[in-house]
Design a protein around this ligand. Structure first.
Ligand code: PLP
Length: 393
């Protein structure tokens, strides 16, 4: 399909990337095959050398995975996209492709827990160091730059405190010194925010979250200009954290409902955030769609809505926070997010338990904090479920 910007995002989400086989299937075909057959020895040689385009082996390319890559690239307004087995393998592949031993990264303190682990403890063993700075402090990003800085890496809104980074301002700082800027766009998805339009060089996804949207499969992706995604692809085809064809097929179907899900989940999240803000047992609510959010104006400029993640501080400490969690009968106690089923997490003891207490304090994640990833249930049912726990503390 023609993926020119004349089509609206919801049209691209349903149509982009499909190439029909000789059977003219209406839904996208699922190619469950590890390798592909050549007509002659000469063709095999040409395919392996890259002289002739075409599929060779599903660690490199697979038509179902390619369809997902084209569809997500169209949604992000990217020239190209490379899919990976998970969000973490997308981030790992991006760094392995673009950084070498001796290079330096500047990243925000509020990153997803596993991303902090990767950048903060694993990559330094291979000579790639990261300086962590406050998400919202542009001057701190500038001050953390060194001659060997290669990459700015950020997530906005951040997990779980929904802090907003000013993508455009950070792009200006990064590009002034030839540094690339990558955004983890997991929380907003291209429906609510398109970082490449704001000047970012690359977008990273955990497709496990809203892109699937129904809690079924793991997946990830890196999108951006072909000259950069080609480097990611070179690492991926050799190292192997490739997206499976089956997961790509599930994700293609997930993308088709992305817009209606995100809009419905965001509107429920706003209603829930407004209700929580008035609840006597809630001390504070973090949600970019609330006027009380410190970067409310920036969020309004940069995102189409506040998104589906709401975090809040209960009146108490770990015991009270756990009491709210344990009183819920409807909300799922799970760390996943972006599902049609609403999930509830205590970040300090789960998603952010492996980072040090100092790192947690620096990121502002207290024992009294809970995170909700709002799904598609009726808001009144979510409120009643949360109220039973909140009212008992
Ligand atoms: C979940 C998540 C990841 C990691 O993705 P996986 O698919 O679980 O590997 C990265 N970034 C953010 C913001 C996430 O929420």
């Amino acid at each position: 399909m023609d993926t020119s910007p004349k089509y609206a995002l919801e049209t691209l989400a349903v149509r982009a990337g499909q190439e029909r086989s000789q059977f003219n299937e209406h839904s996208e075909a699922l190619y469950l095959t590890s390798s592909f057959v050549f007509t002659t020895a000469a063709q095999a040689a040409a395919r392996f050398s890259g002289e002739e385009e075409g599929n060779v082996y599903s660690r490199f390319t697979n038509p179902t995975v390619s369809a997902f890559q084209h569809r997500l690239a169209a949604l992000e307004g990217a020239e190209a996209c490379v899919a990976t087995a998970s969000g973490m393998s997308a981030i790992l592949s991006l760094v392995m492709a673009l950084c070498s031993s001796g290079d330096h990264i500047v990243a925000s303190t509020g990153l997803f827990g596993a991303t902090q682990q990767l950048l903060g403890t694993i990559l330094p063993r291979f000579g790639i160091g990261t300086s962590f700075v406050a998400q919202t402090d542009v001057a701190a990003w500038q001050a953390a730059m060194r001659p060997e800085t290669k990459l700015f890496f950020l997530e906005t809104p951040s997990n779980p405190l929904t802090e907003i980074a000013d993508i455009g301002a950070l792009v200006t700082v990064a590009h002034a010194q030839g540094v690339l800027l990558a955004v983890d766009n997991c929380f907003c998805t291209p429906i609510l925010q398109r970082p490449l339009d704001l000047g970012a060089d690359l977008v990273v996804h955990s497709a496990t979250k809203f892109l699937d949207g129904q809690g079924r499969v793991l997946g990830g992706a890196v999108a951006g200009p072909k000259r950069l995604t080609d480097e990611v692809f070179k690492f991926l085809r050799t190292a192997g954290p490739t997206l499976s064809a089956f997961n790509a097929w599930v994700l293609l179907k997930g993308l088709e409902t992305l817009q209606i899900r995100l809009e419905a989940q965001s509107s429920r999240a706003l209603q829930l955030a407004l209700w929580l803000e008035k609840h006597p047992r809630v001390r504070r609510v973090y949600y970019p769609g609330l006027p009380s959010h410190p970067q409310f104006d920036l969020a309004r400029r940069q995102q189409k809505s506040g998104g589906a993640i709401v975090s809040f501080v209960v009146d108490g400490a770990r015991a009270e926070a756990w009491k709210v969690v344990d009183s819920c009968r409807l909300l799922s106690i799970t760390a996943n997010l972006g599902d049609t089923k609403t999930t509830l997490t205590h970040p300090a003891s789960t998603t952010h338990a492996r980072i040090t207490p100092e790192q947690r304090a620096a990121a502002g994640i207290g024992e009294d904090l809970l995170r909700i990833a709002v799904g598609l249930e009726a808001v009144v049912d979510l409120q009643n479920d949360l109220d039973s726990g909140l009212s008992s503390i």
